[in-house]
Design a protein. Structure first.
Length: 249
């Protein structure tokens, strides 16, 4: 019973973070499950996905309520993300867990560095309309989906900074579109991890329940924060995740 309450509370905290940054909470759940609970990297990624999938569904709906997500932009992202996430997840389950954790830390540090450069560099002005559409959105969906499938974090964490810097969207619009990309890709990734017995359902399900209770609040906070502050918090968040996992590598 104590474990159940702990998982629910942890899921609520992760859901808030997932709603705030539009990532479903998996990026922080993976280091927590790996460092605090001692799960192997693939098992931590698969278990986190049990929480991420319903969190992404709810967060996507909440973002759509605040900023309408255009289907013509979301569909190429989602379709290509789905296809390449499946390929990435098949590759992921066959990699040595320790090697996988090292690769994941490098991925987080690279992502952190990219976001920090954007934060303190000359950030292009937000465009009134999407600078590029198909096939560039499809290419972004493919690359983000493959990385999301490989690392089990949901492709939103990759797509969001690219949508703001290259495609010219605002942070909250990018996070909404990235969630549309993440929904099918996280779904197929969870199925792949589950079929390869890389999911702890007894941990993942209460995490998911806790996340669903709090993610709407995280989305509300995201829309209330200044754009630059939200980006800065996202950078700090990525560095923290990398440090947590780096200590176990």
């Amino acid at each position: 019973m104590i474990d159940l309450v702990m998982y629910l509370l942890l899921g609520a905290a992760l859901g808030t973070v997932g709603g705030l940054f539009g990532i479903g909470g998996g990026l922080i759940a993976i280091p927590v499950l790996g460092v605090w609970f001692g799960l192997d990297q693939q098992l931590a990624q698969g278990t986190a996905l049990v929480m991420v999938v319903p969190n992404v569904m709810l967060a996507l709906w909440r973002y759509h309520q605040h900023n309408r997500i255009e289907a013509r932009h979301a569909l190429p992202l989602a379709l290509m993300g789905f296809s390449f996430a499946w390929l990435g997840s098949i590759w992921a389950v066959g990699i040595d867990p320790q090697k996988m954790r090292t690769i994941f830390v490098v991925f987080l540090l690279a992502l952190s560095g990219y976001n920090l450069l954007r934060l303190f560099g000359n950030v292009p002005a937000t465009a009134s309309s999407m600078r590029y559409s198909w096939p560039w959105l499809g290419a972004l969906g493919a690359a983000s989906g493959a990385l999301g499938g490989l690392f089990g974090v949901g492709s939103a964490v990759v797509a969001t900074p690219v949508l703001t810097s290259v495609f010219g969207t605002s942070q909250v619009v990018a996070q909404g579109l990235a969630l549309a990309l993440a929904l099918p890709s996280t779904g197929v990734t969870l199925v792949t991890y589950g079929l390869h017995h890389q999911v702890n359902w007894l941990v993942g399900l209460p995490l998911a329940a806790g996340g669903l209770l709090s993610i709407s609040w995280g989305v509300k906070v995201a829309h209330a924060l200044p754009e630059r502050l939200l980006r800065a918090l996202f950078c700090v968040f990525l560095v923290m995740c990398a440090v947590m996992l780096g200590l176990r590598t």
